[in-house]
Design a protein around this ligand. Structure first.
Ligand code: NDP
Length: 286
């Protein structure tokens, strides 16, 4: 079967729709939400990610304050900065751009961000709230975007078997809670999983977030499955690819996200949505 448009889950289009709605809501409220980004060092990929976030934020009326620090900044100095951002009533969201230089402990810094401003949803309080199904949880942007993309296909999640490849704190683990809370039956797999192919073959929903180029082959996926590819891998020729064999899979009777143009744009849109939600909650609590 040749792919028709509907077999491709278009993250770029979905993200643009979400950003347009946010822009309208922010303008209608006459609001100026502020997102603070703590950026350490000169990692080129991080700078590009931050520039993209800045641009996307500005376009919908969110002010992005980038706080840039040198590669050798001390952890204590960053902790002081985070504490003052926590207390600044003008700042609604705080993110720590990762990766960080080796001498800094990302867990300590992320934990220092107060849960109400932790718009990445990476801190232990928000991860715990999500796991326990609390409505107050700030849901990490990538898993939240993955859920929206699955929902955009119109499938009923209840009772579906979801297999997640990858168990990181920013994708696999929070996504497992999110899908479980939406009544999926969930298996989380990782690099030590035995028989990965046979597990994936059973899945109605496959989410791959392992950073292994084209790991998931066409014969790993059953007909009618929904495949969400979170992976971003740079090939030898400089091109990006995901964790799935997209070329082969898109010809099948399944729905799949491309890389780029799938989860990536949704992650940015969800970060902006989290900042807007944080702004609204903070104003209600004043
Ligand atoms: P991590 O490196 O933190 O985690 C990778 C996970 O994949 C680990 O749990 C690891 O297992 C597992 N894994 C690695 N190799 C295999 C394998 N061969 N089979 C099964 N599982 C395997 O990565 P992240 O979660 O941060 O990111 C994953 C990918 O998603 C990357 O490509 C990243 O660039 C991309 N990404 C994309 C985003 C987007 O917006 N599109 C956002 C965030 C990430 P173990 O725990 O045993 O080591």
């Amino acid at each position: 079967m040749t792919a028709d448009y509907s077999s491709i889950i278009d993250g770029k289009k979905e993200a643009a729709r979400i950003r347009a709605t946010l822009k309208e809501q922010i303008a209608a409220a006459g609001a100026k939400p502020v997102l603070a980004v703590v950026l350490v060092g000169a990692d080129e990929a991080s700078r590009i990610y931050v520039r993209n976030k800045e641009k996307a934020a500005a376009d919908i009326g969110i002010v992005c304050r980038v706080l840039q620090f040198g590669e050798d900044v001390a952890g204590d100095e960053l902790l002081d900065v985070i504490r003052s951002l926590n207390e600044d009533p003008e700042v609604n969201g705080i993110i720590i751009q990762q990766p960080l230089p080796k001498h800094l402990d990302a867990k300590v810094l992320v934990e220092a961000v107060c849960p109400e401003k932790d718009v990445d949803g990476f801190g232990p309080v928000n991860l715990g709230r999500l796991q326990a199904g609390y409505a107050s949880a700030v849901i990490a942007a990538t898993p939240k975007g993955v859920l929206r993309l699955i929902e955009s296909t119109g499938i009923d999640l209840s009772g579906k078997y979801a297999v997640i490849i990858g168990r990181s704190n920013i994708v696999g683990k929070p996504l497992s809670s999110l899908l479980l809370n939406n009544n999926c039956t969930v298996t989380v797999t990782h690099s030590k999983t035995i028989g990965l192919k046979d597990i994936v073959r059973q899945a109605d929903i496959v989410v791959s977030a392992c950073g292994c180029p084209k790991l998931v082959k066409s014969d790993w996926v059953k007909d009618n499955a929904v495949v969400i590819d979170v992976g971003i891998n740079r090939m030898a020729d400089g091109k990006l690819c995901g964790d799935t064999d997209f070329e082969a899979l898109q010809k099948r009777n399944i729905r799949i996200t491309p890389v780029p143009g799938g989860v990536g744009p949704m992650t940015v849109a969800m970060l902006l949505e989290n900042t807007w939600l944080a702004f609204k909650r903070q104003k209600e609590n004043v």
